[in-house]
Design a protein around this ligand. Structure first.
Ligand SMILES: Cc1cc2nc3c(=O)[nH]c(=O)nc-3n(C[C@H](O)[C@H](O)[C@H](O)COP(=O)(O)OP(=O)(O)OC[C@H]3O[C@@H](n4cnc5c(N)ncnc54)[C@H](O)[C@@H]3O)c2cc1C
Length: 333
């Protein structure tokens, strides 16, 4: 195995933090997994777009570069596709559109790899990846064998799954099977998709048009990690009891909310952070993005520790102002 030494994570993670990794391995062949199981400590990187490194990771860092897309079966209405975990997520979205398969067009342009998608059940514009996952195949580092988990056994939740909980540190996702539809069921009501389709003069959109609208909206709103280091939304949107929301509404008349169930609503974390005055905050090379308060940024030479500290200060001020405890979405190493 070709293990490289003293590799900087600056261009490998989207936050662009310059930490040096002692031992680094690019995995292209899953036949190496049994040998990698013998390593005492390891960390996995896919696209590096959901990781904040605050210290040099211990052990071997394995960068997932496995590739491959295959059709498993199809019928008149659906196709079952198995995708290697190292495939780039957005490339896979474009592939499905080229095959006239529907279901993930709203998830266009989310950075990262296919293998990371089930871990936090990626979602955007009213769609979550769990809606199209048939099963996930992973290598169990402890039992040293392949395991296939059905959708239900993945215990998907909002930016959550079994991989963040019971299976934490125990798995390497090898491939994901997606059940995609040959019939269009477009979701255009969330966010500004309909508005963007109108701007594009598209009256009867197809899945490719929706993906293009999403790409346009995301490109105009979110900082491109190639230009400004970031990991997208740093915090999850909190769910709070309806009574707490009604009490807050008496003090903050414009507080937005989205219904979750009869007892709970979701409040946009970005709005809470903005109200606390953090939007556009900058100190040295770290700060809060000027257009989106949910995104913490590295303007060049910020350290992971500085961004971590900033996130802790934001947590405290949101707690003090609203009594709401935010939770970090980004994985902290
Ligand atoms: C600009 C921007 C916008 C974003 N927008 C969204 C959005 O709209 N919705 C959303 O849900 N997310 C969003 N994200 C977050 C990010 O894109 C997703 O979390 C994505 O799934 C991360 O993929 P990755 O391959 O980069 O994972 P990484 O950052 O490399 O890894 C994330 C975690 O998964 C683990 N991991 C990765 N691959 C494997 C594997 N094969 N096996 C085992 N463990 C693995 C890593 O060890 C790490 O703990 C955004 C990020 C950025 C930078």
């Amino acid at each position: 195995m070709n293990i490289q030494h003293n590799i900087s994570l600056k261009s490998i993670t989207s936050f662009g933090i310059d930490l040096i990794v002692n031992d680094f391995f690019e995995l292209t062949n899953i036949a190496d997994l049994p040998a990698l199981s013998e390593v005492l400590e390891r960390k996995i990187i896919g696209g590096g777009s959901n990781i904040l490194c605050t210290q040099t990771p211990k052990g071997l860092v394995i960068a997932n570069r496995t590739k491959g897309i295959k059709l498993i079966e199809e019928d008149a209405n659906t196709a079952l596709i198995e995708v290697a975990s190292g495939e780039v997520w957005h490339d896979f979205v474009l592939y499905t559109l080229s095959q006239n398969l529907n279901g993930i067009e709203n998830l266009a342009l989310i950075p990262g790899t296919v293998g990371a998608a089930p871990i936090q059940n990626i979602g955007a514009y009213g769609v979550e990846v769990k809606d199209v996952i048939d099963s996930v195949i992973y290598w169990d580092w402890t039992d040293k064998k392949m395991v296939a988990l059905s959708n239900i056994d993945c215990r998907f939740g909002y930016r959550d799954s079994i991989f963040k909980n019971e299976l934490r540190n125990r798995f390497f996702i090898v491939s994901v099977r997606f059940r995609l539809s040959k019939i269009q069921q477009l979701q255009t009501t969330y966010g500004a998709i309909n508005e963007e389709l109108t701007n594009l003069n598209i009256l009867r959109p197809n899945a490719k048009d929706v993906a293009q609208a999403v790409i346009n909206i995301r490109s105009s709103k979110l900082p491109n990690p190639k230009e400004i280091g970031n990991a997208g939304s740093f915090f999850k949107n909190p769910n709070i009891p309806i009574q707490q929301y009604l009490d807050l509404k008496k003090r903050f008349a414009t507080i937005p909310s989205y219904p979750v169930n009869e007892h709970t609503v979701k409040v946009p974390a970005g709005w809470l952070i903005e109200q606390c005055g953090w939007k556009g905050f900058r100190k040295n090379d770290y700060g809060v993005h000027e257009k989106q308060a949910l995104v913490l940024v590295n303007y060049g030479n910020a350290t992971g520790e500085e961004i971590w500290q900033l996130s802790s200060e934001i947590l405290v001020s949101v707690k003090n102002t609203f009594g709401i405890e935010l939770e970090r979405e980004v994985q902290v190493w």
